[in-house]
Design a protein around this ligand. Structure first.
Ligand code: FE
Ligand code: FE
Ligand code: ZN
Length: 281
């Protein structure tokens, strides 16, 4: 069965997210660990965690995906911004020990004119200062659109970060369909070639999650504007091929499309129908 969900608001806690996910036909979900624009995380409520873990087990919710705030920039030129990145990621990973065995996704960052090499070295330095063998969370680098000075628009850049991170066996990659398309990887006309390239440069065994988004912009636009499934330049057919691809179909998929819950429910049903066939009686 396809593992698919969408981005949900974390403001009411884990149990609430689990119930919302189930109500829209999802069996996983993504959430922000704190306000996406930064700030402090809400205190962990152990009772909410216990209730969630029981609910998740009962309803077949497996691996879930936490997303770091957008303001987390490990390779900023500003030491205060890098310090926030350090504190936020360290604290997020400590909090995630309450729900061990899940994934934590972050945007590698923007080097803001310092150059790719400095960016990559600052990002791996941050990871090396935070990751410990005691963590039970897999940290994912997200493939980026290559907008502005973003690091991670090319597979080679992600590979380089992994190579320079000592505990890289605690790490993986999250492939965002909108971002790779905007970055110039043609998943519409050449999906197999893109996956072969991913495998050659990074290794498909590193791929732990997929962000399933259509894109408002054409191939290589380097823009990063998500569209609803079928309303962008990637299209329903290409996205259905992604969720049914033999190399990908066992991964968890997360919609980050501009939708309310009813729209997410429709997109989840559509992708399930393509992957699992029409719901049987
Ligand atoms: Fe993201
Ligand atoms: Fe994404
Ligand atoms: Zn995006």
């Amino acid at each position: 069965m396809l593992t698919i969900g969408c981005h949900l608001s974390s403001s009411k806690g884990y149990l609430s997210m689990g119930k919302t996910a189930v109500s829209i036909g999802a069996n996983t979900f993504q959430f922000f660990t704190r306000n996406p624009r930064g700030g402090n995380a809400k205190a962990i409520d152990p009772q909410d965690i216990d209730a969630y873990l029981a609910y998740a087990k009962e309803h077949g919710i497996g691996c879930i995906l936490a997303h770091a705030p957008y303001t987390l920039n490990a390779c900023s030129g500003d030491a205060a911004v890098r310090d926030f990145a350090y504190r936020a990621m360290k604290e997020d990973l400590e909090r995630m020990e309450y729900t061990p065995g899940n994934c934590y996704n972050f945007h590698p960052g923007s080097h803001v004119g310092q150059g790719i090499e400095t960016g990559i070295s600052l990002i791996s330095r941050l990871l090396n200062s935070i990751l410990t063998p005691e963590h039970h969370t897999t940290v994912l680098l997200e493939t980026m659109a290559g907008k502005g000075s973003e690091v991670g628009g090319r597979f080679e850049e992600l590979r380089e970060i992994l190579d320079r991170t000592e505990l890289s066996d605690h790490m993986g990659v999250c492939l965002d369909t909108c971002h790779v398309w905007d970055g110039g990887y043609d998943i519409v006309n050449h999906p197999d070639e893109v996956l072969t390239e991913f495998d050659r440069v990074i290794g498909l065994d590193r791929l732990k999650a997929v962000h399933l988004n259509d894109s408002k912009n054409p191939l290589g636009a380097r823009k990063d504007r998500h569209a609803k499934i079928g309303e962008g330049c990637i299209g329903t057919e290409a996205l259905a091929r992604v969720v049914t691809h033999p190399a990908l179909r066992d991964l968890p998929f997360y919609l980050e499309t501009p939708n309310e819950l009813d729209g997410y429910a429709r997109e989840i049903a559509l992708m399930r129908e393509r992957a699992d066939g029409p719901a049987s009686l």
